[in-house]
Every structure is written in C-alpha cells, then in structure tokens.
Design a protein around this ligand. Structure first.
Ligand code: MSP
Length: 537
C-alpha cells in the first residue's frame, strides 16, 4: 500500500536553523507520528537546499568552499532533527549525487517545454526569486530594510536603481532585488495557466488555508509568464544537461527533491506526496511552479499544500539584522524538548501568523503542562502508590463518569478518536492538544470534587472507582499526546502500566477504546513536567 508521504520545505544552508525551520518540520513530525499510530505507514522527508547564488555568496563571505560550507551547515540541520526528536525517514541534501542525477533527468524529461532566450529583469538573491517590475517598491538613498512606508516606483526609478543610486525591493518579503541580464533557459509556464486553473477548480482543497489558495488563484488568473530556469553568472548549482555553462535555477533544483529523495526516475511507491508543508512565503513555488513542472513531466500532482504562518518574536519580525532570531536548540536547552514541541503546536492555530513570547511560553508550560497534566498524574498515581500498594483498584467506565474520560461522551463511547483524528488531519494541531488538555482539566476538577483522600475514610469503594476513572483518563491523555510530546507521553504511559519498550515504540490509537484493566501494577510515578522557574541571571 502507498504510504502517507509528507515533506518539509528543504532549508537553505546559508545559516544555522531557526524557529521557522523547526516549526514546519515539527508539524510534519506530528502528522507522521499521528498516521503511524493510526495504523498507517508514513514516509516523512526533510532535507537541505544547498545550491544557488545565496549559498555561494554566503560561503564566499565565510571564506569557505561552497561544498565545505554546505557540509558544515547541513550538519546543523541534521542535528536539529535529532534534537527535536523528528521521526523523518530520510534527509535529502541537494548536493547529493542521487539528487543531482534525478534533477538532470527531470530536466531532460521536461525539455520539450524549455527554450533558450535571454533574461533581463530583477532578481532577489535572498529569495532566489525573479520579480516583475510592477511588484517592486523603492527605498530612498540611505534607507534600509523594507518599511511599510516604502514608496511606489516613479518614472526614472528603475534606471536609477540599475545605476545603483536607489534600492528596489520586493515588498512581500523585503528582499532587495538586483538587475540581471543573461542568457537563460525558459520553462513555458504560460502554457500551464489553463491546466492549472482547471486543476485548482477540480481540487478545491489543494491549498490550505483557503485564503491563501485564493491568492494563488488570483495570481494564476492574471496569466503566467514563462519562467527563467537557468543561470549563467555564477557556478554553484547543478549543470544543465548538454549546456554546462548554465546551472539549473535553484528553485527547480530544490522542488524536485520531493521526488529524487524517493528514487526518481525509479520512484518507490510514495509518490504523489500527500502533504507538502511549507511557509506562506514560498507558496507560489509550490502551488504554481511545482504543479506545472510535474504536469510537464507527466507525473501526478501532490494532494495537498499546507502553508504555515510566520512567527514573530515578542511582536517583532524575526530577522538576522534585528538580532532576534530564535534558536530552537536554546529553547530546548532552557525549557525542555517536549515543552518546546508542545508550545509551538499549542500556541497558534496552524496556518496563522503568531507571536513568540517568552512569558507566554512560561505560562503555558507551567499552567498546562506542570499544573494541569503533570499535577494530575502526580496526584492520582502518587495517591494510588501510597494508598493502594501501586495496584490499580477496581472500577469501570459508566455513563455517569464517561464525560471524564471522553469530552465527546454525548456522541457515544470511543468518540474522542474520530474527532481528534479529524482535527489532526486538518492540521488543527492546537485543537487536538486542546482535546487532550481538556481531559486533564476535567479530571483535575473531578479529583477535587470527589476528594479521594476523604473517600478513603468515608467510602473506600467509591474512592477506588474514582481512582480508576482518573487513571483511565491519564492513559487517554498519554495516548493522545504521543504525536506532540512523544517522550513525555511515553513516560505517562509507563506510569499507567505500559512496559517501557512498548510505550517508547508508541501505543496505537486503537488502544483508546480498550480501557485499562483493574489490577494493573502501576510503578511509583516520577514527575513528568517540572514547573519552570526563572533563574536569576
Ligand atoms: N529553500 C527554500 C525552500 C525550498 S522547498 C523545495 C526556503 N528555505 S528557507 O530556509 O528560507 O525557509 C524554509 C521555511 O522556513 C520556509 O517555509 C519559511 O516560510 C520558513 N520560515 C522562515 N522564517 C519563518 C518564521 N519566522 N516563522 C515561520 N516560518 C518561517 O525557503
């Protein structure tokens, strides 16, 4: 059977990884883990984008050869996959032989849609993108960055910019553009305007969120221009087969990673991808250029493109020049791995822009993880350990208490999973966490209401029932949280009696509907989520 195939963008190695990179990959990891625990096979691909002028320039600045520079930084991205506990099945680097061969083969396959001409226009090295003149704004001499008050172009501005007197930039990304005039191969993108619009029409959920899909459609509806797909003014790229003074345009090179990683031209059975997770800034490349390239190569198109929003840092745009880049390794070091994973998935509805705030992160860690989930485990399981000899007492689920273990109890027993699964499949990760966290919140209210410490004296049988329900609730929470916080969820599951090896491998969601057995031995609990305490600097 075809596995569920999910990909991250491949990351430029001009610098070390930051929160934006960790974020898209984390979403893919959650989805891949979710699929596997649902009984499906999942193939999760990530990697690095290593060619192009931007990398060549960065290597030069670092005084290194491009390859050595790429090796150094690609290693950091690989390390990040380990540090974030990503379950990727492969990691592709575009400087690998398997990729270069595949990319050149792809070029030959689409060759009948390619012609040689001359490109004269604007190019942003930072975005590795071509821009039309009417997309540009200007800065006055002495100004930097891409302020909101940037001005429209006036007569004579493009000449002035070409003479270096003023700077032009692409307002969408803030990247500065430069004038490029060179021989170039072009892809007949214009031929694909109609086929693409027809495809969008037939596949109304091709791009998510929907608002972004509308942007894509509007762009294509204006009519596509042919796309320059080779460069001659620098060397760091994959040579165009048969004309080695050209290197393949880095975006064509990068996009084909999704197929070269799985063996193109002799692909395994993963293609087409089920989901390409990308950032909103690179939607045009994925929802317009990539499908057109695939159509030209007669290959099936990916099923879905999901665009993430962008993180700001304490309300400010994240940028190297502002010095406010968030290093995911630092977050892990300070707050813990699963705390970081939880916060990133919990804080903003996936697809929206969101703000990173240190105070919010501490609040979420302390209130949701430490006080709600951690405390529930500690109070319940600590109590059982102390008062019931570490053996789960007698009890069963019944209609009176089903709302504790199942927030959707009104829909019937076992109805948590269908809803949870629906929201994860729609990438509503914050909602999925809310379901699990909601269970913990409810269970904490229940323990306070029932006060097992009092029942111990007044009604020991009721106390046993209460403890049983609470433990089952913890088991449900542990199972549901596995894709998000795999290590901590495994700890929770060990605490409710699963053997360590089994818990570490993952407890399938099918086990949600088999309640825990009374009499299960429960080990003495160890705290899962310590409270975060600010240390004096
Ligand atoms: N190499 C291309 C992608 C090629 S995919 C065939 C690229 N690389 S990138 O390293 O610049 O960006 C990778 C991803 O990080 C993009 O999806 C981008 O949206 C994302 N992010 C960069 N900054 C971000 C934030 N501040 N917040 C969230 N994601 C952001 O583009």
């Amino acid at each position: 059977m075809k596995p569920f195939y999910i990909t991250t963008p491949i990351y430029y190695v001009n610098d070390k990884p930051h929160i934006g990179h960790a974020y898209a990959s984390l979403a893919c990891d959650v989805m891949a883990r979710f699929k596997r625990l649902s009984g499906e096979e999942a193939f999760f691909l990530t990697g690095t984008d290593e060619h192009g002028q931007k990398i060549e320039k960065s290597a030069e600045k670092a005084g290194m050869s491009p390859q050595a520079f790429c090796d150094m930084n690609a290693a950091l991205f690989k390390d990040l996959t380990k540090a974030m506990n990503f379950s990727n099945n492969d990691f592709i680097r575009t400087t690998e032989e398997r990729h270069k061969k595949g990319a050149q083969h792809f070029w030959k396959v689409i060759e009948k849609h390619i012609y040689l001409d001359k490109y004269a226009g604007w190019y942003a090295v930072r975005d590795e993108a071509y821009y039309q003149e009417d997309e540009l704004k200007k800065l006055q001499p002495g100004e930097n960055g891409a302020p909101a008050w940037a001005k429209d172009l006036e007569k004579g501005d493009t000449e002035r910019a070409r003479a270096g007197q003023i700077k032009l930039f692409a307002p969408a990304t803030g990247a500065e553009v430069e004038w490029v005039e060179e021989e170039s191969y072009f892809f007949k993108l214009s031929e694909f305007t109609k086929p693409l619009l027809e495809f969008y029409e037939k596949n109304p959920s091709f791009v998510q969120p929907e608002s972004r899909f509308n942007e894509v459609k509007r762009f294509v509806e204006t009519g596509l221009k042919d796309l320059s797909i080779s460069r001659t003014t620098f060397k760091w790229g994959i040579p165009v087969p048969g004309d080695e003074k050209h290197v393949i345009y880095v975006w064509l090179d990068a996009l084909v990673n999704y197929i070269t990683a799985i063996g193109y031209p002799n692909m395994d059975n993963q293609w087409p991808a089920d989901v390409h997770v990308i950032g909103k800034d690179i939607l045009r490349f994925h929802a317009v250029f990539w499908p057109a390239f695939l159509m030209a190569a007669n290959l099936p198109l990916p099923k879905k493109i999901v665009a993430t929003g962008w993180w700001t840092n304490e309300g400010q745009k994240i940028s190297k020049s502002l010095g406010n880049v968030i290093d995911p390794l630092k977050l892990i070091e300070e707050f813990g791995l699963d705390q970081t994973r939880y916060f990133l998935m919990r804080e903003i509805p996936f697809g929206n822009d969101g703000n990173f705030s240190r105070d919010r992160m501490i609040t979420v860690i302390n209130s949701e993880l430490a006080n709600t989930i951690g405390n529930l485990c500690q109070r319940t399981l600590g109590f059982i350990n102390k008062n019931c000899g570490g053996i789960l007492p007698n009890g069963s689920l019944n209609s009176e208490t089903s709302h504790i273990t199942n927030p959707y109890h009104k829909l019937g027993f076992g109805s948590t999973y269908p809803i949870y699964s629906e929201v994860v499949n729609k990438c509503k990760f914050d909602f999925a966490i809310e379901i699990a966290w909601g269970l913990a919140n409810r269970a904490n209210q229940y323990i306070d209401e029932q006060a097992p410490w009092t029942l111990k004296k007044t009604d020991p049988q009721k106390m046993e029932e209460v403890l049983y329900i609470l433990t089952e609730s913890i088991r449900q929470i542990g199972i549901l949280l596995q894709p998000f916080i795999p290590q901590s969820a495994a700890k929770i599951l060990v605490a409710v009696g699963y053997p360590e090896a089994q818990a570490n491998k993952g407890i399938p969601f099918s086990e949600l509907s088999t309640p825990i057995k009374p009499g299960t031995p429960l080990p003495a609990p160890t705290p899962v989520f310590p409270r975060f305490q600010e240390t004096a600097k």
